[in-house]
Design a protein around this ligand. Sequence first.
Ligand SMILES: Nc1nc2c(ncn2[C@@H]2O[C@H](COP(=O)(O)OP(=O)(O)OP(=O)(O)O)[C@@H](O)[C@H]2O)c(=O)[nH]1
Ligand SMILES: [Mg+2]
Length: 195
Amino acid sequence: MKISSAEFIKSAVKRDDYPKIEFPQFAFVGRSNVGKSSLINVLCNQKTLAKTSSIPGKTRLINFFLINKEFYFVDLPGYGYAKVPEKIRLNWKDMITEYFQTENQIAAAFLILDSRREPSELDLMMAEWFRFYKIKSIFIINKIDKLNRSELLMQKEKIVDKLPDVNNNSVVLFSAKTGSGKAEILKLLSNTFEG
Ligand SMILES: Nc1nc2c(ncn2[C@@H]2O[C@H](COP(=O)(O)OP(=O)(O)OP(=O)(O)O)[C@@H](O)[C@H]2O)c(=O)[nH]1
Ligand SMILES: [Mg+2]
């Protein structure tokens, strides 16, 4: 799969705000600061398409990007950042729940995990949700540039061990900093998209 065009369409909070023109969607899910927006930028060969920040909680809306004029990348707000006020945390949950309950054209969900951490309860809840609703999921273990090879192998095993249904899904080691893993993700994307 080659991504030849990527454009920001709109930000949304509620289902009424979602784009009216329907295309299959790839959702990007994960804790704050894990690198969801960075992953979208790497896949699209752009630096600032999706806004990134070293301060967690940058993406607080649902952002829709139209790719190759044939599907959407959907950058969902990050969760699990303790310093976010309670009200915004609740807001996050409502937004994500409503998104997955509304959209019936989800081609796959990317669950982005930090290679240095074990999956959080919310990560596992999301993974479980995808399993239950039979949403194809692709687990991305990000920031692998921060680990050496032996640390990475150990962490991968620990992380994979916790994830449900991992045999039916794909796990990719990735770094938004070096681009390592990008080709594999694009391949999975085309496999999913083209059936
Ligand atoms: N070293 C390294 N840094 C990364 C990587 N991916 C993302 N980052 C950095 O991590 C920070 C957060 O990245 P974002 O892409 O904004 O994270 P996000 O998941 O979209 O965060 P929210 O929008 O807050 O939910 C930024 O400073 C990125 O530059 C990676 O693979 N390696
Ligand atoms: Mg973001």
